[in-house]
Design a protein around this ligand. Structure first.
Ligand SMILES: *Cc1c(COP(=O)(O)O)cnc(C)c1O
Length: 392
């Protein structure tokens, strides 16, 4: 008989009942160090006091009113995002894949309104992940994501990641936009080179093509900058944000320049829940904490410590690990043994990590992780690696 919960997830036999900072407690009272953070969602850890207080206060006052009315929390969060980024305007969603939907609609509407409706094609990259909606899976394009779901949303071209020549040859007068993750998350913590991102920006400037960055996983301080593209010194025309922005409350956003957003006039898009007072109140508090130079400097310092420890693990266990990659607190351990075996051995050592493609184990700890927790976590990963060595 089918599970009453649709069986689309491959779940570990763990159920957590409480979270505090970087720690989770399961039903049996066992404590786990959480280096997955809900796949980069709990950017400020679990039950951050300022977020608990903000959510509680907003819950007492008002949960939902509909976008038929002005929502001051939404306005405040949009102002904060615009203040700290390239963007002139923001639309709020509840998730990353809804942000992908709008990014695609926005790019196509832009060219439609310019009198070039045929300019609707979007270039995307192998290994990409943009969520599970119709636009999201069509944008990713992989067999794994799309098999069985045809007919797919048309108008996507897929090219090798980080290959500027391929993009230069593929951009035509039918190309509306290029969509790319500055660091591929699900794809295995694969960073795009600065020269690739800079080359895309130049190409887009020359051709008018819109550059869409998917910073759902790598944004919101994850890499040690507020947004990952800042490392390459470029800005997008459209950017997707979600995961960390709500600190655990479902929240996403599309940020855009005035030019890119020019087609999205009244009535062209909407969302029932998107930008509700609860999500936006929490998001504003998350922004206040993360969009701060001192906070981000700490992320970079701790990232240095974690990376150094992980390099040590690679040197210590050359049969288990191949290398470390990524930026900030978005790190991947490329494995020589099955990544899922390492994740499992981590469970046995009470440390949570997340598998990704390309046989990588992802580490996306809360940005608030302490030095002590980094040492404890990497000691647990060391013990996990030893488990694999002795079971070989
Ligand atoms: C998680 C993710 C998404 C999808 O976000 P959902 O909230 O699961 O819809 C899109 N893009 C990237 C890069 C992601 O990591």
């Amino acid at each position: 008989m089918i599970d009453t919960v649709l069986p689309t997830y491959n779940r570990a036999p763990l159920a957590f009942v409480k979270g505090e900072g970087t720690w989770l407690t399961d039903e049996q009272g066992r404590r786990f160090l959480d280096l997955g953070a809900g796949i980069g969602v709990n950017a400020l850890g679990h039950a951050h006091p300022a977020l608990v207080e903000t959510l509680g206060a907003q819950a007492q006052a008002l949960w939902h009113v509909s976008n038929l009315y002005r929502i001051p929390q939404q306005q405040a969060l949009a102002d904060a995002l615009v203040d700290k980024t390239f963007a002139d305007t923001v639309f709020f969603t509840n998730s990353g894949t809804e942000a992908a939907e709008l990014a695609v609609k926005m790019a196509r509407k832009f060219w439609h309104d310019k009198g070039q409706p045929e300019r609707g094609n979007i270039i995307a990259f192998h290994g990409a992940f943009h969520g599970r909606s119709a636009a999201g899976i069509a944008a990713a394009g992989s067999e794994k994501m799309t098999r069985g779901f045809a007919p797919l949303l048309p108008g996507f071209t897929h090219l090798p990641f980080d290959d500027l020549d391929a993009v230069q040859q593929a951009v035509t007068d039918q190309t509306a936009a290029i969509i790319v993750e500055p660091i591929q998350g699900e794809g295995g913590i694969r960073p795009a080179s600065d020269t690739f991102l800079q080359g895309l920006r130049t190409l887009c400037d020359e051709t008018g093509t819109l550059l869409i960055l998917d910073e759902v996983q790598c944004g919101m301080g994850r890499t040690g900058r507020l947004f990952a593209h800042e490392w390459a010194g470029i800005t997008p025309d459209i950017m997707m944000v979600a995961k960390g922005i709500g600190g655990g409350f479902p929240l996403g956003a599309v940020l855009a320049t005035e030019r890119a957003a020019s087609g999205m006039t009244s009535g062209t898009h909407g969302s029932t829940y998107g930008g509700n007072p609860l999500g936006c109140a929490v998001g504003l508090k998350v922004m206040e904490i993360i969009a701060d130079d001192t906070f981000l400097a700490e992320v970079n310092r701790k990232a240095g410590l974690l990376r150094q420890r992980l390099e040590g693990l690679v040197a210590e266990h050359p049969e288990v690990f191949d290398s470390v990659r990524g930026q900030g607190l978005m790190l991947g351990l490329k494995c020589k043994r099955a990544n899922t075996d390492l994740v499992q051995a981590g469970y046995d050592e009470h440390v949570l990590t997340v598998p990704a493609a390309d046989n990588v184990v992802r580490l996306l700890p809360p940005l608030t992780i302490t030095d002590d927790e980094i040492l404890t976590a990497t000691a647990a990963l060391d013990a996990a690696a030893k488990r694999l060595e002795t079971s070989a």
